[in-house]
Design a protein around this ligand. Sequence first.
Ligand SMILES: Nc1ncnc2c1ncn2[C@@H]1O[C@H](COP(=O)(O)OP(=O)(O)O)[C@@H](O)[C@H]1O
Ligand SMILES: [Mg+2]
Length: 635
Amino acid sequence: MPEPPETAPPSGTGLDEDLAAPKWRFFDEELVRTSLWAKLTHMPALTTAAMGWAWRANRSDLLTALVASSVAALLAAVSLSSVTLVLDALLTEGPITDRVRAALPAVAVVAGVAALSGTVRMVSDLALARMGPQIERLIEMELFSLTTRANLVAFDAEAWADAMYRARDRGLYEVPRMVTACLEGLAGLVGMLSLAGVLAVLHPILLPLLVVSVVPTGWAAMRAARMEYQTQRELSTGRRRRWILGDRMASRDSAAELRSYTMRESLLADYGELADKERDSMLSVAWRQTRIRALGGVAGGVASALTYSTLGLLLVAGLMPLSAVGTAVLALQRAQGQMQRLLHSLNQVYESGLYFSDFEEYRALARAELPPAPTAPAPQELERLEVRKATFTYPTGEEPALKGVSMRVEAGETIALVGANGSGKSTLARLLAGLYTPQEGSVTWNGDDFAALGPAVRDRISVIIQDHTRWPMTARRNVTMAQDCDVTRLGEAARLSGTDEVVAGLPRGWDTLLDTTFASGVNLSGGQWQRLAGARGFYRVADLLIADEPTAALDARAEARFFETIRTHAERTGAAVVLITHRMASVRMADRVYVLEHGEVIEEGTHETLMSTHGRYRELYTLQADAYTDPASRS
Ligand SMILES: Nc1ncnc2c1ncn2[C@@H]1O[C@H](COP(=O)(O)OP(=O)(O)O)[C@@H](O)[C@H]1O
Ligand SMILES: [Mg+2]
């Protein structure tokens, strides 16, 4: 009887297991709460940061908006003072025509001030509208400047993807809103203070009443924003998951397999489950928000009633003349409006600030992941690349992917790495390419540590990456990448990799766009893409060429041609080559072979020495050799 498996095979769709794992956990209330509180205390700093972005985006627009919105708010209070004059004139004894005539100059002042304030407001609105796109552009560039510079290993950490998703999804777009809200808030504050001044002159008791009447709504608005953010944050992981699933259901890449493996039902079910959770959370938060807002509204109404009753009492008691009460009613209404505006802006600052802080959080995370400035002089032509006792563990990995690996590559040598899937070959290749830094041990270029050399060392290395990228660009740029096009080198690289045959079949040759999401785009087969990836590696002028399973998708003829040419290429350019392949016949030509197993080098030497020791290499080699030998011809 077979042994029962150690872990039970997953049941159901697999989604339950995913969600049960901490990775996709929906609610981590404690964390959300603490981070929320931390965020509240960070609000002043965040406001300053947002204003800093606005300042860098366009300082004259910012200053215009700042001055104009404050002036507009001040003018509103000035116009109100003129209203008292109008009322005074109208409420005196005498024939109505005389009273109206007496009020006319004050009316003219009110109208003039209103017109002026309207114009100033338009100027401020225009300046604000201009700021949005300018800030967005600046922030977007900052984000992508960080994502493209950060250490590669950061992309394997779990927190990274979540933080980036939050920053990109919403954090990015909240800065302009935050700036607008700050300026609105400032205008509200100026307006409020000047109106409060007017009220204080009329009667000091009106001030506390004003505050009492608007606090409840403000409090409710703050609570509602907090709930909203809390929910959004709790949902972000699940949302990302949903987005990934949605992508698989809608994208071309997975369309074929989705149908072949009849994944439709199960994917839709998974997606639906996530969408249900999200919908329920959103509905629940909408309900709780409405409750809080209603409560705030009722309390605010009671407070307003109290205010107006007090005004009535003041009038009856003869403590205020009618014209003053009339102005007070107007001033109170406007001041309430301004206070609402102020609270609304504060609320908006708070809400946008929470999202903006996601962006700033990601920025801090990314900055911590930026490679340090090089401390060694620029790397020179390769003499010797050496890995010493390197141990590397992925951020999400429990076991090291490489354990105390040592190896070397001398100028002009061809080195082969062999081993089973998952033995650590690609990880080692990335260490050699300066893409990962080992946690223990070192990788040195002519004796200088890669960490001290910085990204400059990558200029001397060309990598044909195993999971090469299918760049949505022309065939030419897929090969030349960031470098200028050198026709001779391009032709050579194309010939070496077999890309010449691919390009010959393209409707616009090298200028064909390799992206079927555009009308003029063309699709290539996996093997054709791999030829392009090979050409990419050959095109780059480098001291070291690392080829990670460069022929896995190639047809037999192209594969044979590739291995013939890689040698020619190395000989002509003098470049050293690190070759990772399962094709043992091609490994034979290497100057030295390293055999990896479970992240360790278990054997090393030339083909001949390794064949003479009866180890893993010999086993792998003979296994393949036998497969190609006609059994009849074997003795
Ligand atoms: N991005 C990653 N995050 C976590 N673990 C990884 C990652 N890439 C590879 N691994 C793990 O590291 C080990 C070595 O992988 P790799 O170097 O790709 O092997 P090979 O290229 O020899 O097939 C494997 O156990 C694999 O699961
Ligand atoms: Mg690999």
